[in-house]
Design a protein around this ligand. Structure first.
Ligand code: G6P
Length: 609
């Protein structure tokens, strides 16, 4: 969603800020803007569309010079996509500029108050209200004015503020929306996402909620909105620059699909002992007692992470014999959920910042659940708020359509299942056998990737069709949902995923001559039933594309096209069967001429409800 970059130091900052914005483009946005203090005067430029449009506009106007500035990418919430609604927003009276991620929930009452005080608003945004409020409360000290304004605000925010009256000062603050300060040599870099600053410095600290930081080239001062001093924890960022660069690939999504074997190796490293049938999860080690007493697990997430959570539900019940349920975080949090003794909630999230997932986690915690996180982004909000958790370790995911994070999430949920299973009913031998299979997964994904061209050809045959079905059963029902979601997200083809048996209860009416139906038909407990479902589609003129187990020649009699994956224990199969579906979605988007890494309307991390 929205992105923030800001700089204070000794360098001209326009280019640096634009480069930062480009690193944040993947998060999804629809307009961009920049403000620089040029010889003590605020200069602002904004544009709808891509960061490139902003860059072109700046060039036409001769650019901005100055060593203190900030820039923003906006994903519209309050007010349409217009230059005026783009950030920064300005308070003219004092000369304050502000950029903001999040939502000011009480903006309407604040607006009325400010209008009564004589302020007039140009935009329809909640952000402009905050800029004016800071201006209204300004009494010669920007840091104090920001603290005072934020004490009046409800909602979520990360903000950066500059002021003509204090030309060396940048003030930033956070509540519920991430913000990081990178420390250089006499210079500071602020961003909502570490990827925007890693090319400058690896030394950084993350703001906690309600923290305000005043930064000048000489140093910084951190306090709460109540002006209580805070000592931030300075850390070294672990992100490598190459992890957030294309490195020869045309798109991040493709790069990340190809990174999956490596990502899984990293995820598994040091965590499995195949011989002893043991899973070592440092993140859960301190909870041995609570975990043995577990009676129920609620997995909660949104989007792709929910599909991983659904596979987690199957894994936990099947292998660890623990009652489990996966739920949309957005539904779970509002439906008065019952949390009994011995319940753990697992929040599954790539970013660790998804607003609904975070809120569901808080709700469950409040009702007494043990809270666990399965998260990729280290130090993000979810792991900061959970009792314990396991990181994915798959590296930063830039592609908006999640791929390697999905296999990472399923892999970690498998590890947690085996970890718990061994403490319950699972034998060493059974665990060993599954760990051996898990260990072979990266290589098997590599084998699937070698069929990329064949997958592209099959996709090409069908990608002019506007309606697709994805069908699977058991462990691969969530995989079908994920395949449909991938196709929708980046190729804008209408696709529905469902349990193969459900098709007969309505969706079968959709099947017409030539409609593509993708079946996940690998060998498993319900193979024969899937074959029957395939025949039902064929009988109505649908074209079947089957994802099948290598060596299954029989299936060619029923399916127009077959994409093979190596054989693997059924509970682990979604991590293999999803790969051809990811590649199909990727190729469909490329063939249809869409911008794979910047799909329309989507945001990488949805930090508003
Ligand atoms: C957005 C993204 C999806 C992602 C979902 C959950 O909708 O576009 O790719 O699956 O959020 O995100 P999370 O960071 O919690 O996994």
């Amino acid at each position: 969603m929205c992105g923030i970059v800001a700089y204070v130091g000794n360098k001209p900052c326009q280019q640096l800020l634009l480069e930062g914005l480009k690193r944040l483009e993947y998060r999804g946005y629809d307009s961009a803007g920049i403000a620089v203090l040029e010889k003590g005067k605020l200069r602002v430029c904004k544009s709808i569309g891509r960061v490139q449009n902003l860059e072109d506009k700046l060039e036409e106007n001769g650019g901005l010079s100055g060593n203190l500035g900030m820039a923003h990418t906006r994903w519209a919430t309050h007010g349409g996509v217009t230059d005026i609604n783009a950030h920064p927003h300005i308070d003219d009276k004092v000369g304050i500029a502000l950029i903001h991620n999040g939502i000011i929930e009480n903006y309407a009452s604040l607006k009325t108050y400010l209008e009564e005080k004589g302020h007039t608003f140009k935009s329809q945004t909640d952000t402009e209200v905050l800029a004016m409020l800071i201006g209204e409360l300004y009494e010669g000290d920007l840091e104090r004015a920001v603290q005072a304004a934020l004490r009046e605000v409800t909602g979520a925010y990360s903000i950066a503020v500059i002021c003509e009256k204090e030309p060396n000062v940048l003030v930033v603050a956070r509540k519920g929306s991430p913000l990081i300060v990178g420390i250089g040599n006499g210079e500071y870099f602020v961003a909502s996402d570490a990827s925007a600053i890693v090319s400058h410095t690896a030394t950084a600290f993350t703001l906690d909620d309600y923290n305000v930081v005043k930064i000048t080239p000489e140093g910084f001062h951190t306090s709460t909105i109540h002006n209580v001093p805070v000592t931030p924890r300075i850390e070294q960022l672990e992100i490598e620059l190459q992890e957030i660069e294309l490195g020869g690939y045309q798109h991040f999504m493709r790069k990340e699909i190809y990174e999956q074997p490596k990502a899984l190796r990293n995820c598994l490293r040091g965590r499995i002992d195949v011989k002893e049938g043991r899973v070592i999860l440092g993140g859960l080690a301190g909870l041995a007692k609570e975990l043995t007493k577990l009676r129920r697990v609620v997995l909660t997430a949104q989007g792709t992470a929910l599909h991983a959570a659904m596979i987690g539900e199957y894994l936990l019940e099947d292998l660890a014999k623990l009652p489990a349920v996966a739920e949309y975080a957005s539904e779970f949090r509002y439906r008065n959920p019952i949390i009994e003794d011995g319940t753990a909630v697992i929040a599954v999230s790539q970013s660790g910042e998804t607003a609904d997932t975070l809120a569901a986690l808080r709700e469950a915690k409040e009702r007494g659940a043990l809270s666990l996180g399965v998260v990729n982004a280290v130090g993000s909000s979810i792991p900061r708020e959970t009792d314990a958790g396991v990181y994915l370790r798959v590296g930063p995911e830039i592609g908006v359509a999640s791929t390697k994070a999905f296999v990472g999430q399923v892999c970690v949920l498998t590890l947690i299942t085996l970890f718990l299973g061994r403490r319950r009913f699972m034998s060493t031998e059974h665990c060993s056998e599954l760990l051996k299979a898990l260990d072979s997964l990266p290589e098997k994904i590599e084998q699937v990737l070698t069929q990329d061209e064949a997958i592209r050809k099959v996709t090409e045959k069908y990608c002019d069709r506007e309606n697709w079905l994805f069908l699977g059963r058991g462990y691969n029902y969530p995989t079908a949902l994920e395949g449909a979601l991938k196709l929708k997200e980046i190729s804008y083809i209408h696709a529905e995923g469902m349990p193969a048996a459900e098709m007969k209860h309505g969706p079968i009416a959709l099947i017409s001559e030539g409609m593509p139906a993708v079946f996940i038909a690998n060998r498993g407990r319900q193979y024969d039933k899937v074959m029957s479902n395939i025949q039902e589609v064929r009988a109505r003129g649908g074209h079947v594309i089957a994802v099948a187990t290598e060596g299954d020649h029989e299936i060619k009699r029923y399916a127009e096209d077959v994409l093979y994956v190596p054989d693997i224990a059924e509970p682990l199969s979604p991590m293999l069967t999803v790969v051809p579906l990811q590649l199909m979605a990727y190729h469909a988007a490329v063939i249809r001429g869409h911008d794979v890494d910047k799909p329309r309307n989507l945001a990488k991390s949805v930090t508003v409800e």
